[in-house]
Write a protein that binds this ligand. Structure first.
Ligand SMILES: [Zn+2]
Length: 345
């Protein structure tokens, strides 16, 4: 499967080339990217997580070779490979510590096995950090000095880039913005990580559908209740559709998630003061192109404005991310480029 992104002809690519791999629970995306961040080749294939990590590592190595041969270069011409993986990770060891969507992969020497199959050094990164670097390098924060990216999907991922530094932390747990505490009250919702009150418990697809289901179970009526009673599956897509139609539960759940995101974003702004806060991931409701996406972002901005300093409210850009689902692969290639240029390992 190819990306819908326009590919740059190799003749116009700026050397050297880097390969980026974005390992997800469902798909592995790979991109061959030039020195300016333009994509010259793209590939996506199912992860087949149940086949185990060695099988996937071998296929990721083959994908790097396939990308090279597709544009007529030798794999040896690829300067370095970047690999973004679900975490938490042990970046020093090159292993996954615990990934909920890749059961049984914990402790596998993923970075080194992919390097062995690709025949090339691999830069290892958390997938959300890789996506953040992609947005920082050639996406929504291009030209900005710093970025926080929140990826809204099954969970809430986070990436923080400050002046070409990917904030990984002392123990590979930096930028875990989804696990910031936003609600310390005894009634706080439980995060999938096992701790209460984290942002992910209020602003992920999982939590939105759970919150809507609770209201429906309590007997709140409306078009969402009717759709679910008629057999439709309760998903963020259904919530967005019914919110657009004016359903009270669907609209309320979306706006509540936006409010919690605003609260989390204010804490990030006060800790880091980033130039850009970008929102990416599957759960962005059509982004600026759709009324629900626009209302969601407006509610986030409104909450931020209520709670931050006037100067930050005025100057911090809060927007949707620009690279879509390719950000992780492009950003992984970008992190490989940084390592190749000697910024970090
Ligand atoms: Zn958590």
């Amino acid at each position: 499967m190819a990306s819908d992104r326009t590919l740059l002809p190799l003749a116009r690519a700026r050397q050297p080339l880097y390969a980026g791999l974005d390992l997800g629970g469902t798909n592995i995306k790979s991109a061959l990217v030039d020195d300016a961040g333009d994509v010259v080749a793209f590939h996506s294939e199912p992860t087949h997580a149940s086949r185990g990590p060695e099988d996937a590592a071998a296929r990721m190595g083959r994908a790097v070779h396939a990308l090279a041969s597709r544009v007529g270069v030798a794999a040896a011409d690829i300067a370095r490979v970047g690999l973004g993986s679900p975490g938490p990770l042990d970046l020093e060891a090159g292993t996954i510590v615990r990934a909920g969507n890749l059961p049984g992969w914990d402790g596998f020497p993923l970075r080194d096995r992919v390097a062995s199959h690709a025949g090339c050094a691999v830069t290892f990164a958390n997938d959300a950090n890789a996506a953040a670097y992609g947005e920082f390098w050639v996406g929504s924060a291009r030209g900005a000095s710093s970025l926080v990216l929140l990826t809204l999907g099954t969970g809430v991922g986070g990436g923080i880039i400050i002046g070409d530094v990917n904030v990984e932390g002392a123990h590979s747990h930096g930028s875990e913005c989804g696990h910031m505490i936003v609600d310390p009250s005894p009634a706080a919702r439980m995060c999938p990580c096992g701790q209460p009150g984290h942002l992910e418990a209020y602003a992920s697809a999982t939590s939105l559908t759970a919150m809507a289901a609770e209201q429906l179970a309590a007997g709140v009526g409306g078009t969402l209740a009717e759709a679910v009673a008629a057999g439709e599956q309760l998903t963020p897509i259904l919530l967005a559709r019914e919110a657009e139609r004016g359903d009270r539960v669907a609209h309320g759940v979306l706006m509540d998630a936006a409010r919690w995101l605003g609260i989390g974003i204010v804490s990030l702004m006060h800790a880091i003061d980033p130039a850009v806060v970008a929102l990416g991931g599957a759960m962005t409701f059509g982004r600026d192109d759709h009324p629900v996406g626009r209302a969601f972002l407006a509610r986030i901005r409104d909450e931020v404005h209520r709670r931050t300093f006037p100067l930050l409210a005025e100057r911090t850009s809060i927007c949707y991310a620009g690279l879509g689902g390719d950000a992780g692969a492009i950003g992984a290639a970008g992190l490989a480029r940084l390592a190749h240029r000697g910024h970090s390992g």
